[in-house]
Design a protein around this ligand. Structure first.
Ligand SMILES: [Cu+2]
Length: 256
């Protein structure tokens, strides 16, 4: 009997400690998103830069010299359909360790979220030309002749081209623009929502966000760097292909 009471007490203690941690609204916390990068599973950091060592799906051998991208409006989705939108953005620069961790500027309730999402790039409300001083000084702007606003991503390096020569590439993602008529630019949205899936937020949770860089070169479009390497910003078709290929570049990593 004593044993039974002890077990029941133990169960109550265990249950109540769980409940204390997971009831939404009981306590608010910051959440940090940690951006991690890989090439088909092999970690990529700035120490891996400048060496021609990666093969994309098209078998172009390439290096990475720069990788920067913008994420914005991190959103926490509750089971009841409510969302908490964290206005703000983070410019991830793989060469700058500080930028790899983004602490939400607003606290959110501890608990289970059915989805955590963010915008890759800026949506059109946020993509205001010249509006963000820090992005201006990071040379993140898009020229007015291409509609202004800001870059979504800059991935640069070298590749071995069809005639076995090293050649530079600048894989720059922006809002797709057809500038055939400079007086009448035609746009197509290329920002997109990344859905990470369910996240249980504890006190000061850190959430790893993985980017597989090789995904930008495949699925659905086989990217041939011999065709698409430079001057991609005014290339409407290239921008749409980047948008398509980027859809599955991100995934949820470990959550603590
Ligand atoms: Cu550019």
């Amino acid at each position: 009997m004593k044993k039974l009471v002890a077990i029941i007490v133990l169960i109550i203690v265990v249950l109540s400690s769980c409940v204390e941690e997971d009831i939404p609204g009981l306590q608010n916390t910051n959440v940090s998103l940690n951006f991690k990068h890989n090439w088909d599973g092999a970690n990529v950091s700035s120490t891996d830069f400048n060496t021609i060592q990666y093969f994309n799906e098209n078998n172009d051998e390439l290096s990475i010299e720069k990788l920067r991208y913008l994420i914005s409006d991190v959103t926490f989705h509750k089971a009841n359909g409510e969302t908490i939108v964290i206005e703000g953005y983070n410019l991830v620069d793989v060469a700058n360790n500080e930028s790899l961790s983004y602490v939400t500027p607003v606290q959110i309730p501890i608990g289970t979220y059915t989805n955590v999402s963010f915008t890759f790039g800026f949506d059109n409300d946020d993509n205001t030309d010249g509006f963000y001083a820090d992005l201006n000084s990071a040379s993140w702007n898009v020229p007015m002749m291409l509609g202004g606003g800001y870059h979504f991503m800059q991935l640069e390096g070298k590749f071995i081209n069809n005639v076995a020569t090293e050649q530079g590439y600048q894989y720059h993602a922006i809002r797709a623009v057809d500038n055939a008529d400079p007086m009448n630019l035609v746009f197509q949205d290329t920002f997109f929502t990344v859905n990470l899936g369910e996240v249980i937020v504890h006190n000061n949770s850190s959430v790893d966000v993985n980017m597989n860089i090789s995904e930008w070169f495949k699925n659905p479009h086989l990217w041939d760097l011999n065709n698409f390497n430079s001057m991609l910003m005014p290339n409407f078709n290239a921008q749409v292909q980047m948008y398509d290929n980027g859809q599955d570049a991100f995934s949820l990593g470990s959550v603590n």
